[in-house]
Design a protein around this ligand. Sequence first.
Ligand code: 4AD
Ligand code: MG
Length: 477
Amino acid sequence: MKHTPISDALTKMPVGTTITVKGWVRTFRSNRFIALNDGSTIENIQAVVDFEKFDEKVLRQINTGACLKISGDLVSSIGSGQKVEIQVVTLDVLGGADPEKYPLQPKKHSLEFLREQAHLRFRTSTFSAVFRIRHAASFAIHKYFNDRGFFNIHSPIITASDAEGAGEMFRVSTLDATNPPKNELGTADFSQDFFERETHLTVSGQLEAELAALALSKVYTFGPTFRAENSNTSRHLAEFWMIEPEVAFNDLHDNMDLAEDFLKYIVKYVLQHCAADLAFLDKRLQDEEKGKPKNERTEQTLLEKLQFVAENNFVRLSYTEAIEILRNSKPNKKKKFKYLIEEWGADLQSEHERYLVEQHFKCPVILFDYPAKIKAFYMRLNDDGKTVRAMDVLFPGIGEIVGGSQREERLEVLKEKMTQFEIDHEQLYWYLDTRRFGSCVHSGFGLGFERLVQFVTGMSNIRDVIPFPRTPGKAEF
Ligand code: 4AD
Ligand code: MG
């Protein structure tokens, strides 16, 4: 018999039908009540065994973590917490789980402990909820762009260029790392490497997306990106997924409109399609908040926060205005910031971004027109000669979630900028070609997918929203 997903068994199947379900045991109480979960929903189905009808040997194998196939009749449940349950007729243990050795017992485990059990943590309510929501957000992103005439471009993962110019790249090479062939300078001779040049894992698909946008008008990438920055924070991964739309003829304001509309759409989509998982995570967070001192608790619940972002306009202000606010802020005057804001030109740290969003405006903020010196080479220079048409979207609890800009479309200005940033013109000739032939105003941005998933799930550490996090010193699974 074909088996029924537990989500369907709980919501679609009429009482009285005989069904088969397969899943993993969450708990087994009183030698009678099995809570079975197959990941199709946060809910477990209760299966009731008449222990007199089953062999003791079988019953002993019904342990937390065991995989079962259960057939029986779907009946109305008199117990609280569920409408229907299964009266078990046949029960097969597909895979046992030794209770002495299975690491996930039916009790609350810390997120840190579960990170060490990344291969099994999918089986907890929290992580299955997070990964179902992650899927829904990913689907919503493709839907958003597809419905609006964007084309998905698969930008390369191996690249010879450093798009962000930050030099935080992982090398890709087949040369013998311990004894590479040498050139006349005595350094590694990459002309003998696989690609006959130096290559790395990409930090961004933007440069390639720009090439496509200057032909297909509206494109986006959605792929893995890699940064070898040694940041052990709750918002940084060495391998993360980024969504990068790029649109011909959009200026910075169109770009901000797109980012705001796009983010609100995903939040609304998740609110609409992941209600049960969000309700579970919302309650989880509220329980966690109760354990904190009053002054450290957040004012909004997860659901309130998501609704707030979906329904309210983001504040937009220039970097220069933001610096004025920060300079005169209480934490700056009382020297509470780790990095004090003294003058125009300072790079904003996450503490400053979060102050603006969480304390000052209490609303998502889009900052624009940053100093040219602290931003990447490709951003369009403003007429003042010192700021660029950059924009960052800052979110509560997260800080920077999106970074983007209007691109420098003027060949001479771009070349000048590359010279200043010591970027080889020859190596990026193909990028410069788009400015030589049929150049136009265009803009785009990058959304850090995991930071978005952090926001919509309320998970405080980015390592808990990607199945197998890569961070300094960690690549076990
Ligand atoms: O601001 P970033 O570096 O921008 C770019 O890479 C541009 N090329 C995007 C574009 O204009 N097409 O990165 C974009 C976003 C950040 O706002 C952040 O959300 C995320 O990517 N991000 C990270 N997420 C997790 N771990 C890291 N180490 C991240 N670095 C950036
Ligand atoms: Mg950025």
